[in-house]
Design a protein around this ligand. Sequence first.
Ligand code: LLP
Length: 429
Amino acid sequence: MHHFAYRRGVSQANVLHAEQVDLCALAAEVGTPFYCYSTATFERHLDVFADAFAARPGTLVCYSIKANSNLGVLATLARRGAGMDVVSEGEIRRALAVGVPGERIAFSGVGKTKDEMAFALDAGIFAFNVESEPELRALSQVASAMGKTARIAFRVNPDVDAGTHHKISTGKAENKFGIAFELAPSLYRQATQLPGIVPSGIHMHIGSQITDLTPFRNAFALLKELVETLRSSGLRIEFVNLGGGLGIPYRSDEPAPPLPADYARLVNEAMGDLNVRLLFEPGRMIAGNAGILVSRVLYVKTAPEKTFTIVDAAMNDLIRPTLYEAYHQILPVIEPGPDTESRFTDVVGPVCETGDYLALARPLPALNAGDLIAVMTAGAYGAVQASQYNSRLLVPEVLVSGEQYCVTRPRPSYESMLAAERVPDWFQG
Ligand code: LLP
């Protein structure tokens, strides 16, 4: 469910709107390409997820900042009570900048530096999700040197196949994430002996864009058993962080993935009477359908084999299609008439790479130079994965709320792009 829909626009045609904002008018103001986010969609997704667990008081939903770290987006979610899942000092700083209290921040990642650990301890974060023994020792050193205590959860790797793209699966033994289940009891025992460390929870995240509940069911059952084993050896496990990973619909021609309510039912079944506080780290489920990438057609090139629709957004702006073979629906911003025929076309960008495409062999109504398109479901892992490859300016981000909009990250200037670098002194004079 999202708030992008065709409505009668300024020009009388039916125009795609973000809430009440006409995207043709917005493109004229902001220029293309740009990301556009809907406040109402972000709020709805957070509420739907949190409401699904309303029966479990104390549940903390930590939005996974990596999915979309725009400050306007984070402020929207923070004001609605979200905690934040972070993976770097930069993300902690973003969470703090929008007023998220430290006790609502959980810190994941296999490669936290000691400086990052110290920063997180100063911020008084809720917990560190620890992913290895050397990391545990480093955290103990940092915390005890600062006279502080780090609450930790070990991230355990259940070795289950999440059935998702291999580049976003994290819960298999061969993935770099977490510690093996069988090592957990001895690591928890070690942790209780280390200064500055209080083991108090357990964490798991098995992958992203998971569209079948079975891998969750299998992994959660193993996790529950592990909590019981740890408790029977005298450990206090106060919270269980079940990670993120719930998939979202990218295509209208495929069965919809499970809803948060289905997922919540499964979690309740799997956790049974385990008396723990639950944490979650949803990213895509909150952000994915809340954003689109708007781009303008530059040229339509007809080659003997096929037609290329060359647009001004490229793989550096949205890398998901080429990196994960991801499908993003593409809509013309001006609604085509009901009898408009579709033709197959590759929608490609200006970057000098064969892999620079947003869609391949996609049936679309005939598009002409100057037409606007919207790449849908680009709110998660879109702008955050953008780069300046080919010295293209980072794409701006616009947050809409009702009739209002704010350019929450303006398009940089070429001057600022060049000013960020130096020519060595030895070329002066
Ligand atoms: N927690 C941890 C520890 C994670 O590593 C992730 C995502 C999440 C939570 C949030 O997962 P979500 O609810 O969004 O599935 N760039 C890829 C996705 C990478 C996901 C990385 N970790 C993509 O565009 O599909």
